[in-house]
Design a protein around this ligand. Sequence first.
Ligand SMILES: *Cc1c(COP(=O)(O)O)cnc(C)c1O
Length: 370
Amino acid sequence: MPGSSRMPISLRNTLSAKKGGSSSQLLALNIDLFRNIVFFLFLLRWSRKALLKLKGRGVFGTFADTYIAVRRTLYGLFLRAPGVRSQVQKQVSEAITKLQTKLVPSGPGVVRYLTLPKDGWSEEIVLKELEALAEMDHTRWEDGYVSGAVYHGGDALMKLQTEAFGKFTVANPIHPDVFPGVRKMEAEVVSMVLAMFNAPAGAAGVTTSGGTESILMACLSARQKAYSERGVREPEMILPETGHTAFRKAGNYFGIKVHLVACPGPAYQVDLKAVSRLMNSNTVLLVGSAPNFPHGIIDDITSLSKLASKRNIPLHVDCCLGSFLVPFLEKAGFETELFDFRLKGVTSISCDTHKYGFAPKGNSTVLYRT
Ligand SMILES: *Cc1c(COP(=O)(O)O)cnc(C)c1O
């Protein structure tokens, strides 16, 4: 404020020349520059995203995706509008009630135990209750009417499994010093499955609680590898739309963006050109199934492997369902194509011992090339 200062004019000038002149100008310039840099980076980031999107999905695909996203948002808003909302809630609660009547048994003779019993149960009561639970009205898997959910090797094997389980009921594999036998079993199971899939020397693996956990671990390891080796902070994976739902869970759990790729007829294998277009520097994992759950079709793993090794990106082969069948097709004289570690690009494989390995449910393996 000129005139209000008590500072001598001579001093005022030099000071203000210094302050108002060079340094504050410099500051303004710096802020301007900084703003421009931030804006440029912002522009760069979004144009890169837009270009990758165009490359990955093409003009039509990008347009379709945008249209679907906008429609979904608008529809979401519409469903929350007054008047509509109450209707939606009514229908949802009707659906839940319907599901409950189907899944939760009711009626005379059905007791629901929602708190601990006042007096402890005798062994006899426990057994009787378990018997009642096993006999509850259900889809008859025992007669072979359930596909893709129950894998068992007959009564004699089930009896043996039950006995085996009984020997290790309290065993906790996290303490290999307390349960050395469990560690030995795991190591040997893994070694057998590695050999089955022609793993090279130096390959490794672990047992897990099921195919879902095996797949989750493979995705997590691919994400971590990309982060530590290439600094990938916005990981993406490319999944055939016939891939198991566990991959989408992995996407959710571990913050990996999932690109779904069509599997067009008549082969219903994953569209390789689409996979190739979607690959970019954020890609941490490619996926193929051997075979997939919906159709029992094996993807073209040889070509996926070529794509993967060319760009040095891990490839997971989901052989959960194939488990102990697909590795033996060749030996059994069927026409087959390579799908395992003999293909250089294959870096991990999930194999469910609980499926055609006929181990009890609650066991699977995940194998890594290195
Ligand atoms: C069964 C299966 C899985 C998952 O296995 P769970 O043990 O049920 O978790 C994954 N992929 C395929 C192809 C499967 O058939």
